[in-house]
Design a protein around this ligand. Structure first.
Ligand SMILES: Cc1cc2nc3c(=O)[nH]c(=O)nc-3n(C[C@H](O)[C@H](O)[C@H](O)COP(=O)(O)OP(=O)(O)OC[C@H]3O[C@@H](n4cnc5c(N)ncnc54)[C@H](O)[C@@H]3O)c2cc1C
Ligand SMILES: O=P(O)(O)OC[C@H](O)CO
Ligand code: FES
Length: 486
């Protein structure tokens, strides 16, 4: 029997797993996808919000500000890229600057440091590409940008290295309360096998599906609406078009369309906010992309949209109560929810991890492990080395001299590391999110066949089992005529 089963390996479940791995407990994570970070945690704005948006006194406000303050340490321990580039909420001629005052007051109540309202003169010095109609803005120096893939994988790998087991490709089908805890029926998509798992505690970190998990066990029903956000990602040639994250005044549907550099040097524009019925609907639409183009021009002029290299969409898990639902269920002992984790969920993940782990520690009377190691090493990027050190590396391991992805200059050595590290990549997306091979201007047109060859060689998988992201996404579906005739 497990002490704790965590459902969901997004950033929430992974951060919780890492923080619980500090304790002497038998813990596993169950994830229906073939990899960690395969749903909302992979498709968002990647902003570590300063914390002035959420209403004071809410879980969102408290955990956002706490998570933001923890980020420097987390980024160092998990070896993930993070930059405090600061954020601006801009106000235009047609808008009431009172909106900025309200945000600043909220921010002060939430404990956000360094907030300032800047006039146009000061703004243009910082950001020359702001729209001509922008009159003033709220500056938050603690706002930052992160890589959501690396953050989630950093947490998951560190949890794994500290003893947490991960069952990927494994879907929770049915939950039952037992005398001692819970019985969980799971289905393994890769082998087709069904299994029953027993546990004392369940942590529900199932993203947009967290209501369905909760509602199987609890009479205190949750209701989550999937709220889609579409984006355009622009080439690195225009990655410095703005330096800080440029927000517009928020509305009932959220923080609106932003323009921001990414931590890897691209420019990101979006998201929209539209409620959708289908919790799997991550397609982009002409309407959505048109809206991004139109609305972004209110804050930043002449956004270089000709440089778009891809578009994508993510789904916010919007709970009817409009706040995070975190804590033990009121009517089901041992069921701990981390539900309704929409924005600022990424920013709050470090704080959610610690909060839930402390709750688990108290419920199970768990002791700390002396051998817990908070440090995880990311994939070595040869670009960060001096020429001398890089040449030495290539001499010792020639795979670091073999460029596989020309757009992003990713070597075979990095891809091998991505495959062979804890919770290693088993798909093209897995390699892409760990190394950036496939994230460049050609969007994997040139490098994907080479990455498939490496996966086939290094992993016990046939080439027709290799997919974009798991079962059902395979590229090779049968033999061609020539092969049949041979
Ligand atoms: C458009 C958009 C922009 C955003 N921008 C930001 C931002 O800039 N900053 C910020 O702080 N936050 C942002 N967020 C919010 C942030 O992305 C989320 O709060 C966060 O990623 C949620 O993580 P999660 O782990 O709770 O959910 P997920 O990442 O969705 O993970 C849940 C996991 O549970 C798994 N699962 C579900 N059901 C089952 C089952 N039955 N069995 C097994 N596994 C299951 C899923 O496969 C999934 O992997 C944004 C969100 C969106 C949609
Ligand atoms: O639109 P929101 O409020 O869900 O926020 C999403 C991101 O955090 C900012 O784009
Ligand atoms: S060669 Fe890899 S993205 Fe273009």
């Amino acid at each position: 029997m497990f002490d704790v089963v965590i459902i969901g390996a997004g950033v929430t479940g992974s951060a919780i797993a890492r923080e619980i791995s500090r304790y002497k407990l038998n813990v596993c994570v169950i994830e229906k996808e073939e990899d960690v970070c395969n749903e909302t945690s992979k498709a968002n704005s990647a902003i570590i919000h300063a914390g002035f948006d959420a209403v004071p006194g809410t879980m969102k406000a408290k955990l956002n500000v706490m998570g933001n303050a923890m980020m420097d340490r987390i980024a160092e321990e998990l070896d993930i890229p993070f930059k405090r580039n600061g954020s601006l909420v801009v106000c235009t001629k047609e808008q009431d600057p009172e909106g900025l005052q309200i945000l600043m007051e909220r921010g002060k109540k939430n404990g956000v440091p360094g907030l300032q309202i800047l006039d146009r003169e000061a703004l243009i010095e910082k950001e020359p590409n702001l729209a001509d109609d922008v009159t003033c803005a709220l500056w938050a120096p603690t706002g930052g940008i992160v890589c959501p893939f690396h953050m989630t994988m950093g947490y998951a790998e560190n949890a794994y290295e500290n003893g947490v087991r991960f069952f990927l490709n494994t879907k929770v089908e049915k939950l039952e309360k037992t005398g001692e805890g819970f019985r969980i029926q799971v289905h393994h998509a890769d082998t087709g096998v069904d299994e029953t798992i027993e546990t004392k505690l369940i942590i529900n970190a199932a993203g947009v599906y967290a209501d369905e998990i909760n509602n199987q066990l609890s009479d205190r029903k949750l209701h989550i609406t999937a709220r889609k956000g579409e984006y355009m990602l622009l080439d690195k040639t225009v990655g410095d078009y703005v330096k800080s994250t440029i927000f517009q005044l928020p509305s009932k549907m959220g923080k609106g369309v932003l323009v921001t550099p990414t931590v890897h040097g691209n420019l990101l524009v979006g998201p929209t906010a539209v409620n959708v019925e289908d919790k799997g609907a991550v397609n982009t639409t002409m309407d959505g992309l048109d809206q991004i183009a139109r609305v972004s021009s209110h804050s930043v002029k002449n956004v270089p949209l000709r440089q778009v290299i891809t578009s994508f969409a993510g789904l916010r898990a919007h709970e009817d109560g409009d706040d995070f639902v975190i804590g033990e269920s009121a009517d089901v002992k041992g069921l701990i929810n981390a539900a309704g984790i929409e924005s600022p969920g990424l920013s709050s993940a470090p704080a959610i991890g610690v909060t839930v782990a402390e709750l688990v520690r108290d419920l199970l009377n768990a002791e700390e492990k002396s051998e817990f190691n908070p440090v995880r090493h990311g994939i070595l990027d040869p670009d960060t080395l001096s020429l001398e050190a890089r040449n030495q590396l290539i001499k010792e391991n020639p795979a670091y001299g073999n460029i596989i992805c020309r757009c992003e200059m990713i070597t075979e050595g990095e891809i091998l590391d991505a495959i062979h590290r804890p919770l290693g990549a088993r798909s093209l997306d897995g390699v892409k999110r760990r190394t950036r091979a496939g994230m460049g201007r050609c969007q994997s047109g040139f490098c994907s066949p080479k990455v498939m060859e490496i996966l086939e060689r290094e992993v016990p998988m046939r080439v027709d089992q290799i997919g974009k992201n798991g079962v059902g996404s395979e590229f090779i579906v049968g033999e061609n005529k020539e092969l049949e005739d041979e």
